[in-house]
Design a protein around this ligand. Structure first.
Ligand SMILES: [Zn+2]
Ligand SMILES: [Zn+2]
Length: 102
């Protein structure tokens, strides 16, 4: 239970937390970085799966260290080669599975 020690106004931020996992929506793919989610004119695709895209080496490294280096990249590539649709949903499932098992 949380008890406030001061009065808050509507719209005040009282807590921020990083999500356990997140993915980019299909409508934002190619426009935003898969790691920081910020919008960029040019992004670099992962050399392994060619699906996820990053704005910088820093974001690529951060995402790879967090989850993409695990079997995510390989599984995503295999799934893409089989022509399975809804890759964002597949990526989300892979991430949930691998995050729960790491
Ligand atoms: Zn980024
Ligand atoms: Zn990849």
């Amino acid at each position: 239970m949380l008890i406030a020690k001061k009065d808050y106004e509507p719209g005040d931020v009282i807590l921020t937390e990083e999500p356990l996992i997140y993915i980019l929506g299909s409508d934002q793919r190619g426009q935003r970085c898969d790691s920081c989610l910020k919008e960029f004119d040019s992004l670099e695709a992962c050399s392994g799966c060619q699906f996820v895209q990053y704005c910088s080496k820093e974001c690529k490294g951060k995402d790879c260290e967090a989850h993409h280096k695990y079997d995510e990249c390989k599984v995503l590539k295999d799934v893409m080669n089989q022509g399975i649709p809804y890759l964002e949903s597949v990526l989300l499932l892979i991430r949930v599975y691998l995050t729960a098992n790491v």
